[in-house]
Ligand binder design. Sequence first.
Ligand code: F0G
Length: 353
Amino acid sequence: MTERPRLVDRYASFLPVTASTPRLSLGEGFTPLVSLRRFGASLGLRNLYAKVEGMNPTGSFKDRGMVVAVARALESGASAVICASTGNTSASAAAYAAAAGIECAVIVPRGQVAAGKLVQALIAGARVVPIDGNFDQALTIVRALAEQDDHPVAVVNSINPDRLEGQKTAAFEVCDDLGRAPDIVALPVGNAGNITAYWAGFREYRAAGRVRERPRLWGFQAAGAAPIVLGRPVERPDTVATAIRIGNPASWSRAVAARDESGGRMEAVSDEEILGAYRDLARLEGVFCEPSSAAGVAGIRRAARAGELDADALVVCVLTGNGLKDPETAGRSATGVLEAEATVGSVSVALGW
Ligand code: F0G
């Protein structure tokens, strides 16, 4: 059998893996960079792309980091992994722990995780503990548990450096697909691990001589959960974009460094802007991401409309997760189905054809 190339092998020289690191893969990475022709044209942008991370095995970018983190946890003798999560990290951790044959526990904010993500963790056999608290409180509990626990458990949140090492590979793929680094990369910011990983990836690729340029990183937080933009923690973060409903990001200072070193920006986008971008991406491009993922697109749309973007700028929006994870928000954002009898006439009337 010819095996599909593995992400970890492709970029091994940039990753903390050796010949003795357990080989683990669910087919992560190699996600498409899709040209957003119609959406871009609506904004006067000629080179707008989406990095569709929802194509990863568990439907989000987390798999890039999780494959490295779980392999390294195995290598170090861990028999369990644990994480706090707004949903995607738990889905990814559960899947890779299942494949590795180790236990997985996840702590999530009760009632604030999209339905698809929760069932992903459950079906893979993770033990799921919903708490009456937010993500920040869940992460505090996880850190404390990992310290007090006497059996070897690895924390696989993005405070685990192996996670961010793996997530750098998305930046490498973008450069490899374009043959250069973009001018601007726009992405949603929650716990701020991903923007940190992208910046490390772009820097390292340039240092290795693979590309000549470095992009500006534009991070977008939801207006109700925008601690970095406000410059202070948000005690009760609130947004329809539940994946980034985070009030005190773990990688706060590194996200600020990524913004400043790259000459980028960090802004808030409203739930309305997020849902508008989310819907229009699906309608104009057939690209269905989850609401949080549309934060970067919403930010780019606002900047383009304000005349802040050159028509020829090479812009990549990172769509971090798959739209199917959150069918409830999709259902609420779409118009209803048409009712008809089982006859040609009735269907014809319903369609107005
Ligand atoms: N987009 C999606 C779909 C996410 O799930 C997350 C984070 C982000 C963006 C933000 O990335 O935290 O690295 O800044 N989700 C985490 C989780 C918190 O638990 O699944 P970040």
